[in-house]
Write a protein that binds this ligand. Structure first.
Ligand code: GRF
Length: 200
């Protein structure tokens, strides 16, 4: 059973999907801690409802990002976390956290990377006129949404799609592929070779 930490900033629907799949016995993992950089994040309520401990670590309470990430790292180390899952965590991971968890930190992004990294992703996809978008789970590296890709799911863009409608359909797929990616990691089946993630 692997020990997870989930880093969040907001709604927490991906956190919910992970908690649900653990409870259904589909994922051999335990969420040791949920860490939020936002005190009011709804994800914190979701964690509480499922009896999972959480901590709020706010950047504004620290001298700089290094000290902020050291505080998070201390929590992760104390909980002996094997895998860190970013789930709607709205900060770019700095070298302090990355150094400790490179190859053991995943993120979910609501587009088919390398298309549309960063923010306002569905708007970018609609403005660009793509016919297919989707979502990506990737290992975190020092770029923004640039790390080795573990899993992707395609979602068609419909004729009269809005940002909200497209986001919602993508989100359904996010919940599936994030759990799949964590399962593969927990089974020791992911090998990073340069940019490629080989699945054994
Ligand atoms: C998701 O769309 C995820 O891909 C992106 O942020 C959103 C988080 O949603 N990184 P939630 O907080 O998991 O509901």
């Amino acid at each position: 059973m692997i020990r997870l930490a989930v880093l969040v900033s907001g709604r927490g629907s991906n956190l919910q999907a992970i908690m649900d799949s653990i409870e259904r016995g589909e994922l051999s993992a335990k969420i040791e801690v949920v860490v939020s950089d936002k005190p009011g994040a709804f994800a914190l309520e979701r964690a509480k409802k499922h009896g999972i401990g959480s901590q709020v670590v706010e950047l504004s309470k620290f001298k700089d990002k290094v000290e902020y990430e050291k505080a998070i790292l201390k929590i992760l180390k104390a909980k002996k976390v094997d895998l860190v899952c970013l789930a709607g965590y709205m900060k770019i991971v700095g070298p302090t956290l990355l150094k400790a968890y490179r190859g053991r930190m995943m993120n979910i992004h609501p587009a088919l990377l390398p298309a549309f990294p960063g923010l306002h992703v569905q708007k970018k996809a609609l403005d660009h006129g793509v016919k297919v978008s989707g979502c990506t789970v990737h290992f975190v590296d020092d770029g923004t949404d640039t790390g080795p890709i573990i899993a992707q799911a395609a979602v068609p863009v419909l004729e009269h799609d809005t940002e909200e409608a497209l986001s919602e359909r993508i989100l359904e797929q996010e919940h599936k592929i994030y759990v799949q990616a964590i399962r593969l990691f927990s089974e020791g089946r992911l090998n990073i070779e340069g940019r490629r993630v080989r699945i054994r």
